[in-house]
Design a protein around this ligand. Structure first.
Ligand SMILES: [Zn+2]
Length: 151
């Protein structure tokens, strides 16, 4: 049914549709740009989603900023100086070190990982005489802790 509608520009026009609000597409697009029309309920949700997405950390971790556990860097350092880092066993030792350094590793897991790790490192890295082995010290400390926990 036809009725008179007052557009935002002030012009009164005769409309058929109950939902007609603007006299022309120019007025409608101007109102749209001003945020007066469109699915208003969805607007804030989209904005909120964008804000959340913006605060999410990047999916790829920055290797420069991610601190490596001391055990892992010690393992890497020793393997590198022995020229064994890029060997299958060297990478296995790295993996063991990584698992051992994980805060989620159980005491029992650390104990067996430390044993495998020590064996691998002993086979891969020639002993440096006179130099205290920080890595073995860490492994030994964790092993003792694991033993104390299981006792
Ligand atoms: Zn108008």
């Amino acid at each position: 049914m036809e009725h008179d509608v007052t557009c935002s520009c002030g012009k009164v026009f005769r409309a058929v549709s109950e939902r007609a609000r603007y006299c022309s597409s120019t007025c409608r697009s101007r109102a749209s740009r001003a945020g007066l029309v469109g699915p208003k309920a969805a607007g804030p949700k989209v904005v909120a989603f964008g804000a959340v997405a913006a605060t999410l950390p990047a999916s790829e971790p920055d290797p420069e900023r991610q601190a490596e556990p001391p055990l892992v860097s010690a393992t890497r350092c020793e393997l590198e100086s022995a020229g064994r880092l890029n060997t299958a066993l060297g990478q296995q030792a790295m993996l063991l070190a990584d698992r051992m350094a994980s805060p989620f590793a159980s005491a029992a897991a650390v104990a067996s990982l430390a044993k495998r790790h020590s064996d691998l490192m002993a086979a891969l890295v020639p002993p440096a005489p006179g130099k205290p082995d920080a890595l073995d010290e860490i492994a030994e400390r964790r092993r003792r802790k694991a033993e104390a926990a299981s006792a």
